[in-house]
Design a protein around this ligand. Structure first.
Ligand SMILES: [Zn+2]
Length: 91
């Protein structure tokens, strides 16, 4: 029944969408920078706030100080309307 179970204690949207972890592998236990889902939405938890970001986001690892860039601009939501297709080269 449960295909994806990634230790998230609380899912904002009911937990139907699989959530991926964006983390820095600098430690043996990777440092979680943010999570994101298949629809391209990035979820960043800062203290008591929850940020939802679309597109590209940069984060700095609090452990090693490395800068990470997560770019989900190419991700298309799976529930996009089928009759609205973008032409590639035709005008
Ligand atoms: Zn790091």
């Amino acid at each position: 029944m449960s295909g994806f179970a990634i230790g998230s204690k609380r899912a904002g949207d009911g937990g139907r969408t699989p959530v991926f972890r964006w983390e820095c592998p600098c430690r043996q236990q990777p440092v979680l920078l943010a999570t994101y889902d298949a629809a391209g939405r990035i979820n960043i938890k800062v203290r008591d706030r929850y940020w939802h970001v679309h597109g590209q986001v940069q984060a700095i690892c609090p452990r090693c100080g490395a800068e990470h860039i997560l770019d989900l601009r190419h991700v298309e939501p799976p529930s996009s309307p089928p009759d609205r297709q973008r032409p590639n080269r035709s005008v």
